[in-house]
Design a protein around this ligand. Structure first.
Ligand SMILES: *Cc1c(COP(=O)(O)O)cnc(C)c1O
Length: 466
């Protein structure tokens, strides 16, 4: 598969190239040149496969020829062998209509593990071929950071610098990052919001003084390999619910538009998805964009679902590219306008294209707490605040009753136990796989919200590229 940039002027790359590149050199994001498509018979034939084997079927068209089928299988088996549930992403039934897809059985208790456990192994494979060294620079609203650090801690050829907004992540999230003591792990608590941190990371990708010396890589969902790995659980769940012979809808708690974009990709590949519900908290830029074409940033309001406290959703650009006729140069122009004005209007083609599959809903703090209580009282399930936002949107849906709606459970409730306790009165216990998290010592550096300070910090500690 060849990959092209959403902004039309960066060189096309193969899978190995996009995995190691992160952002494209023209500031765009890489997308496959075309969507591979499975027939109904091919999808029917995937029923009953173990998760790692299903992952091989779904991802093989994207990784060829960079990886052989045997190599991909080996990486998937090792990545998904670390999950605490044999099904990797088990599906639970709430009631006749609503289902919960549990994506939090990985080592750091959020869905990010599904992709990052694989990505860490992909880095190792590709870097050893080229004898290169990678400097991963990432921004996290909490869960990407811990999942990425777990995936690369102690690996040779990789250093990771992870920026989190100081004081704006939960104690479990922070400790999952800052108690990992490996010489290649560097945690930075930065003044400001997640969007400020993300903007610095993007700037570093475009800073020749850094990119000339270091091979800078991405673990945020701007990295295509992450989205690709997330497509697999849409297939796993829809097939369990009767695909290809039955349509399924999904409600996805959304921040950077990565997880829900993976659902869009699954639909392009032939999975019969009736609708993707984009569920946001009060930081609702995506809800405004999808409901009336207004893509404009506001200030970020901290909520009990911090992984969705985002006002610039990087992956939305991938959707705008695909539904807007794949015109990279026009999109580059539109995005330049957005970067200058912090606002833009979607074109008619973009709005109509998105409306074919997407709808959206916004949940405030009350909606979220009510959804947590409903799950607890009616189904005996304790769910986390992010998942509750998805469930709220699913329950508010006006889809016909015969279409099952799967809410993606993006985090384990123990990861956000204070908010869960406030909502339900139940304080969820930490699963044993996180061990003695609260006894371990933390290590992180505090930096001001200043790009030069961050660049200097990285330059002092990173290993130059080969
Ligand atoms: C990252 C995250 C989200 C948002 O996912 P995106 O891919 O950024 O849309 C939602 N919930 C949890 C728990 C997360 O960690």
């Amino acid at each position: 598969m060849e990959y092209v940039s959403t902004r039309g002027s960066a060189p096309a790359l193969d899978f190995e190239g996009v995995t190691l590149a992160g952002l494209a050199s023209d500031g765009g994001l890489y997308v496959p040149r075309e969507w591979p498509r499975f027939s109904e018979a091919e999808i029917a034939d995937m029923a009953g496969l173990p998760y790692a084997e299903l992952a091989v079927r779904v991802m093989l068209p994207y990784v060829t020829p960079s990886l052989t089928e045997e190599k991909l299988r080996d990486l998937c088996q090792r990545a998904y062998g670390r999950f605490a549930h044999d099904a990797v992403t088990p599906l639970k039934q709430f009631d006749e209509r609503h289902w919960l897809l549990e994506l939090f059985h990985g080592p750091t208790l959020a869905f990010k593990d599904v992709a990052l456990q694989l990505l860490g192994r992909l880095f190792e494979e590709f870097l050893s071929r080229s004898n290169d060294h990678l400097t991963i620079v990432g921004a996290t609203s909490g869960d990407t950071g811990s999942a990425a650090i777990d995936a690369v801690a102690g690996r040779e050829r990789v250093d990771i610098f992870m920026l989190h907004p100081n004081g704006r992540v939960s104690d479990v999230q922070r400790r999952q990052m800052t108690t990992v003591r490996a010489p290649n792990v560097h945690n930075i608590a930065i003044e400001g919001t997640f969007d400020d941190a993300q903007a610095m990371v993007k700037r570093m990708f475009n800073d020749a003084a850094m990119t000339d010396r270091f091979h800078i890589g991405a673990v945020n969902s701007i990295n295509w390999a992450r989205l690709m790995a997330q497509v697999v659980y849409y297939f796993a769940s829809a097939i369990q619910l009767g695909a290809p012979h039955r349509k399924v809808a999904y409600s996805v708690p959304t921040g950077n538009f990565g997880d829900v974009f993976a659902g869009y990709v699954a639909a392009q590949m032939g999975l019969p998805i009736e609708q993707l519900i984009v569920a946001t908290n009060v930081n609702d830029i995506l809800h405004r964009a999808l409901s009336d074409g207004d893509y404009s940033t506001g200030t970020v309001t901290p909520t009990a679902a911090p992984s969705m406290d985002i006002q610039v959703s990087s992956n939305f650009e991938r959707l705008l590219f695909d539904v807007g006729g794949r015109d990279g140069l026009a999109l580059a122009e539109q995005m330049r306008g957005f970067e200058a004005d912090k606002a833009m209007r979607l074109t008619n083609a973009q709005r109509e294209g998105a409306a074919k599959l997407f709808t959206s809903a916004r949940a405030d703090a009350d909606d979220m707490a009510q959804a947590m209580r409903w799950a607890s009282e009616h189904c005996g399930e304790i769910i986390d605040p992010h998942t509750a936002i998805g469930l709220h949107a699913a329950r508010a849906s006006d889809l016909p009753a015969h279409i099952p709606i799967v809410t993606l459970a993006t985090a384990h409730p123990a990861k956000f136990r204070d908010a869960v306790e406030r909502g339900t009165g139940v304080r969820p216990g930490l699963p044993s796989r996180v061990g003695d998290l609260f006894q371990r010592e933390e290590a992180f550096s505090e930096l001001p919200g200043d790009y030069d300070a961050v660049a200097a910090f990285v330059a002092e500690r990173a290993t130059p590229s080969a």
